[in-house]
Design a protein around this ligand. Structure first.
Ligand SMILES: [Zn+2]
Length: 80
């Protein structure tokens, strides 16, 4: 038995609409919300690591320049 959420009429199982008031008695709206939630967080995830990688590539030349300058200063200090 399915109880109509609108008028409280008890309809037999399998009924999609209340025979008394015509209200929708299917639990479909709840099932539709569930699959949409896990799909949305998965899509933006691959985009965020790409931006992190681009920012990582920009910092690498700066690190190499800093290392080269440090090595030059180190050798100049050794010579003197
Ligand atoms: Zn009803």
């Amino acid at each position: 038995m399915i109880t109509c959420p609108h008028c409280g009429f008890q309809a037999p199982d399998g009924m999609t609409e209340c025979p008394r008031c015509g209200a929708d008695m299917r639990p479909a709206p709840r099932e539709r919300r569930v699959p949409n939630i896990p799909k949305r967080p998965q899509d933006p995830l691959p985009e965020r690591p790409a931006s992190d990688r681009s920012s990582g590539k920009i910092s690498w030349p700066l690190i190499l320049l800093g290392l080269a300058i440090a090595v030059l200063i180190f050798f100049t200090l050794l010579k003197t």
